[in-house]
Design a protein around this ligand. Sequence first.
Ligand SMILES: Cc1cc2nc3c(=O)[nH]c(=O)nc-3n(C[C@H](O)[C@H](O)[C@H](O)COP(=O)(O)OP(=O)(O)OC[C@H]3O[C@@H](n4cnc5c(N)ncnc54)[C@H](O)[C@@H]3O)c2cc1C
Length: 349
Amino acid sequence: MPPRILIIGQGLAGTALAWRLWQRGVPFLIVDRDEPLTSSKVAAGLITPITGMRLTVSWRYEMFYREALRFYRDCGKRMKQRFFFPRGYVRLLKNEPEIAKWHKRRRDPDMQPFLHRQTPELNAEVIHQPENGFQQRHAAWLDTTAYLEASRRFFESLDSYTTADVKPEDVRDDANGIEWNSQRFSYVIWAQGWSAEKHPLFHWVPFQSALGTILTVEADLQGEKRILNRGCWLLPRHDGTLRAGSTYEWKFDDPNTPSANQVQTLEATLRSLLKVPAEITATQTAVRPIIKNRQALMGTHPTHPRVAFLNGLGSKGSLRSPWLARHLIEHLLDGAAIDTEMDLQHNSI
Ligand SMILES: Cc1cc2nc3c(=O)[nH]c(=O)nc-3n(C[C@H](O)[C@H](O)[C@H](O)COP(=O)(O)OP(=O)(O)OC[C@H]3O[C@@H](n4cnc5c(N)ncnc54)[C@H](O)[C@@H]3O)c2cc1C
């Protein structure tokens, strides 16, 4: 039987998988339950080389970035729409200890490809304390909403997309394949984000997902187009709107309701960055799928070889999903080995 693949979930993970199959001419069906707010729909889509409090280069950045750049440009060409926007990224240092840390870090050889030579100049009428910053190269942002919507329309035009809430017990597997909704497939790939915590075949994966909130902001940045960050990031989008974020809440009751104090803290941080008046016009909240001590996991289930998994993209789904999706498909279709650090089976208990 020629391969045909069932993908559950049309977030950043499932969408990249579907594109990889389309590129290889392999038939697929992608199923999504079409929730209004998901991690991928809420995400700002930032792609940033030097991140975090520790000011280090993000894990295997160059490899992921090169692949993401080509992938989103190719998808954009295919759909005659632009989703991927390379941007300058200015990180402003918060205090003396952070400045001291940066003075040491900036000499690291692995930093050099990502550092802009000149000190960034920022408008002191727009930004509070615009000094003590550095500008990063090879940063970008992905318009996730536009990318997901256009991809869905494209998959629909191929009759390869359907809306349904897939119950794990309705997906039957044996040594020869998968059956769902009276249709046969060679494999099923569960790419369902944080909901996989409740999947009976994957309950042992150590998820540690985090609720995140971003703000939609109105402010006049007087032409500033770069992404800015001091305590929180601020993204000027191509359509003139601004986003700011984001929070991390490790305990939550509802996947779309943030705690008030987290939102207040984010708003206060934003106001300490911006000198110009800013109005918060909306907040959006969803759950990032994070797997404890892992950058992501993929592969087939240890005892169900037709059942595959791609998850745990954390806050790097835009950057990493194109590379991860290609590797999982090469594993399933060509038998290529999965990097042990990201192999579900090497991390099973
Ligand atoms: C506030 C916030 C800010 C973020 N900012 C960034 C950022 O700047 N840059 C970045 O790269 N990443 C960011 N992220 C994280 C990024 O969005 C995630 O890495 C990514 O969304 C994970 O994608 P996913 O496809 O694995 O999961 P999801 O986006 O959760 O997609 C899973 C999909 O599967 C569907 N589904 C689940 N179960 C079923 C089922 N049983 N049947 C049918 N459908 C099902 C869901 O409805 C959903 O559509 C952010 C996330 C948040 C919350």
